[in-house]
Design a protein around this ligand. Structure first.
Ligand code: C5P
Length: 236
């Protein structure tokens, strides 16, 4: 497999074309950003931690019968993925109140939800990725109705699989964000990444935070938090 020209550079990853038109080469960067890019730092080792964790989690989902764009890990900081057309929606699933759900509803952080809450955010940096509803999605033609129901069903399946997986290692999956794309043959496929940049993960008992909130709110070392997650999941 050959790495070709840079296709896109995001806040945390670079995407390159390959000699296979169906595959992309992903490079995880050490850059950490929060609050829509207002807070920015380079944290050595972050790219490796997210690449390793994301590769492990996509493999876990595959074993649970949930396909994704992930093909294989190429190196410490790189992976090969199937090319998709990204749907401009972020799908957030929540099990425990935190972050913007706490701010929006006034519900106390840490309250466990009786049923998972699924939310859709419109991917638009200038607008600050606003929360939108299904009528807005139809209005914006951001996704077809069957894609929307597919995203909800798959996001809930991911939640069940990951909640169970993290739970086996003493970690509480508070919430997470997914992105989906469509393949050349028109199928919906889970894409982007699943890492402590995109999930909230707390110690099940002490509720210590190990995820990107450590960086967002200056609670300690991001790399230490992510390393704790990796070690709990049996990685190094
Ligand atoms: O900030 P909020 O509470 O809405 O975030 C919910 C979840 O989605 C968190 O796990 C957060 O890390 C993730 N998220 C993300 N990318 C965004 C917004 C939120 O990964 N642009």
């Amino acid at each position: 497999m050959e790495k070709k020209e840079l296709l896109y550079e995001g806040k945390a990853k670079k995407l390159y074309e390959t000699d296979d038109p169906d595959l992309l080469w992903v490079e995880y960067k050490d850059d950490a950003t929060a609050f829509n890019g207002e807070k920015q730092e380079v944290l050595a080792g972050k790219g490796r931690l997210n690449n390793v964790l994301s590769s492990m989690l996509f493999a876990t989902l595959d074993e649970a019968g949930i396909p994704s764009h992930f093909e294989r890990k190429l190196s410490d900081t790189e992976q090969l993925v199937r090319k998709t057309d990204i749907i401009p929606l972020e799908v957030v699933v929540r099990n425990v109140v935190a972050g913007s759900l706490h701010r929006r509803t006034g519900t106390a952080e840490g309250i466990e939800l009786k049923e998972p809450v699924v939310e859709f955010y419109y991917k638009d940096d200038e607008l600050g990725d606003p929360l939108i509803n299904e009528d807005h999605i139809r209005m914006l033609e951001a996704a077809q109705p069957e894609q929307l129901s597919g995203m909800r069903t798959q996001a809930l399946a991911v939640n069940e699989a990951l909640k169970h997986h993290f739970g086996q290692h003493g970690l509480l999956l508070v919430d997470f964000k997914l992105e989906f794309g469509t393949t050349a043959d028109g199928n919906l496929l889970l894409a982007d990444e699943i890492s402590p940049d995109t999930c909230r993960l707390w110690d099940e008992k002490t509720r210590e935070k190990f995820d990107k909130d450590v960086f967002r709110y200056g609670l300690g070392s991001l790399q230490e938090g992510y390393t704790k997650i990796l070690k709990r999941l049996g990685g190094a």
